[in-house]
Design a protein around this ligand. Structure first.
Ligand code: PGA
Length: 257
């Protein structure tokens, strides 16, 4: 059976709740009654509650862009997994490169969040990817290995059945320069190999691996046709109705052929 592809929108710090609702209703009009991939919207925290009310009748899921690893307490400015769940969140992005590089989050932080999310029956989208200097110095596989080994510490095989990985090379995020299909294929194969190594080959080999980094309508056909790509995590192009709906259509066509 063909796995249903995933198209996830990472809105980052864009769109008010009103703008988010408007976007979803317009998208829904465009896609009405059409078969589509699994679509996950990850808006800012402030939009989750209202967007959840809006999508309950639509075939769209909701994700958060971050979470704190403690369940409650004196952690000013943080959001717990229960708060997210009460807003209908089913997915949480963990370890996005902007969290790692702007907010100094480590693999250890990502690991604590991953445990918390999985223990609460929510699906994490764990982001990993190398910086340009890592790629130039041939350290891509070393970096991916470190991010996976430390990020997944203590996560057992059963929990791995409920995880999504997003390969997002840092140099491709928001730059307009996507990784080339060959580079994506190679990195996705590396990730699968590392996962099998970490779990002594005792792992469901169907873990979805998304590609993210400057996905646009004009490169999405080549990228979705790349071996090992199970969908996309999309930033910039997910803010634009025309671009995002076009990508959804391209992804859908590839998997329905
Ligand atoms: P981009 O962002 O599509 O704007 O490159 C991707 C991401 O940050 O997840």
């Amino acid at each position: 059976m063909i796995k249903k592809p995933i198209v996830a929108a990472n809105w980052k710090m864009h769109k008010t709740p009103q703008e988010g609702i408007h976007f979803i209703s317009e998208l829904n009009n465009l896609l009405l009654d059409k078969e589509k991939p699994s679509i996950i919207f990850c808006p800012p925290f402030t939009s989750l509650f209202h967007m959840n009310e809006m999508i309950s009748d639509l075939d769209i899921s909701l994700g958060a862009q971050n979470v704190y690893f403690e369940n409650e307490g004196a952690f000013t400015g943080e959001i717990s997994i229960n708060m997210l769940k009460s807003c209908g969140v089913q997915y949480v992005i963990i370890g996005h490169s902007e969290r790692r590089h702007i907010f100094n989050e480590s693999n250890k932080d990502a690991n604590k969040k991953l445990h918390n999310v999985l223990e609460n029956e929510i699906i994490p989208i764990l982001c990993i990817g190398e910086k340009l200097e890592d790629r130039k110095s041939n350290n891509t596989s070393k970096v991916l290995m470190e991010q996976l080994k430390d990020g997944l510490a203590g996560i057992n095989k059963d929990m791995m059945d409920r995880i999504i990985i997003a390969y997002e090379p840092v140099w491709a995020i928001g730059t307009g320069v996507n990784a080339l299909p060959d580079q994506v294929e190679e990195s996705h194969a590396m990730i699968r190999k590392i996962l099998l190594e970490l779990y002594d080959n005792n792992l469901n080999n169907n873990i979805p691996i998304l590609y993210g980094g400057s996905v646009k309508p004009d490169n999405s056909e080549d990228l979705i046709n790349t071996k090992g790509v199970d969908g996309f995590l999309i930033g910039g192009a997910s803010l634009n109705l025309e671009m995002f709906s076009k990508i959804i259509e391209i992804v859908h066509n590839k998997f329905m052929r």
